[in-house]
Design a protein around this ligand. Structure first.
Ligand code: HEC
Length: 118
């Protein structure tokens, strides 16, 4: 076997192995992790939105996340996050499009539900 082939084989096994590990993790009782959701929102949204349980948003037009449920049920965001659609994109400061995977969305929703005002 040539070196290149060897590495390709090695690499393929690595990727498939990784996928199985991920699958095993997914099956072994994953539960939404609000802390991880908070981290994702801090990383991606905090430049415009208030992401904590109190406070006002850096960009006034952007809803503070603890006030979301005053507008609509937090669960309503699930689909929007999955499809990468965020409503109301035409603010002064454009809101970029985000796309999250099912686990990330579970974490985000769990976090948002934990900080709602009411
Ligand atoms: C660059 C700034 C910016 C970033 C980053 C940003 N947003 Fe926004 N977002 C806005 C603005 C501005 C609005 C209000 C748009 C409007 O009303 O026209 C908004 C609105 C929203 C709304 C309310 C939509 C509605 O119909 O009331 C939600 C929910 C939202 N953003 C979620 C998020 C999430 C989740 C993230 C991170 C993954 C995020 N945003 C990142 C600027 C941003």
């Amino acid at each position: 076997m040539q070196m290149g082939q060897f590495f390709r084989a090695f690499f393929t096994v690595g990727i498939i192995g990784g996928a199985f590990v991920a699958l095993a993790e997914a099956k072994s009782g994953w539960a939404p992790d609000p802390q991880a959701g908070h981290a994702l929102l801090t990383e991606n949204c905090a430049s415009c939105h208030a992401v904590d349980a109190t406070g006002t948003s850096p960009v006034p037009a952007a809803v503070a996340f603890h006030e979301i449920s005053a507008r609509y049920p937090v669960k309503a965001l699930e689909e929007a996050l999955a499809e990468g659609i965020m409503v109301g994109h035409d603010g002064v400061q454009q809101m970029p499009e985000f796309r999250f995977n099912a686990i990330q969305i579970g974490d985000i929703i769990a976090y948002l539900e934990s900080i709602q005002d009411e």
